[in-house]
Design a protein around this ligand. Structure first.
Ligand code: ZN
Length: 164
């Protein structure tokens, strides 16, 4: 599921919160083409093409461009629209909103709060409690299972303190 080569991406960080501001030329050299097309050219991946669309494992969805945490698995729901759908972002600052009038349709675009990459759109037809549907391109999401994060944390703390 890890299609993004972070070795070539100097801005990717799960802990650095500082705003990322690169030129389009720089983005082009850092990002794989399929990520660049969605993130920087506001493209849309084919519906039902993302393996994350029907991923129901427990964990966190990060921005595949910069590593900013965007959504948690417990806010993901089956929308049937063909793209990973969530009803609430991790925090208010995870996401930036903008009016989008492209193709003669009034929509609200959602972008990453850290790197301003295009993620998708938000609609008012989601489930409670927010009634929102964040319809997100899977190619700009990076999923990490909860156990993997826990293992990494334990390793960083100098070994597992409890056995499973
Ligand atoms: Zn980002």
């Amino acid at each position: 599921m890890d299609t993004n080569n972070k070795a070539d991406n100097p801005v990717y960080s799960r802990s650095d919160q500082s705003v990322v501001n690169l030129t389009e030329e720089q983005w082009k050299t850092i990002l794989p083409k399929n990520v660049y097309d969605v993130a920087r050219n506001k493209g849309t991946e084919r519906p039902y093409s993302s393996p994350l669309e029907d991923n129901y494992e427990i964990g966190t969805y990060y921005c595949a461009v910069c590593g900013n945490p965007l959504f948690r698995s417990d806010t993901k729901f089956e929308s049937g629209c063909g793209w990973p759908s969530f009803y609430e972002p991790v925090s208010k600052s995870s996401i930036i909103y903008a009016a989008d009038h492209a193709h003669g349709i009034d929509r609200t675009e959602v972008m990453c709060g850290r790197c301003k990459s295009h993620l998708g759109h938000v609609f008012n037809d989601g489930p409670p409690p927010t009634r929102l549907r964040y319809c997100i391109n899977g190619v700009v999401l990076d999923f990490e299972k909860a156990q993997d994060a826990e293992k990494k944390y334990n390793a960083e703390q100098g070994g597992a303190k409890h056995d499973h």
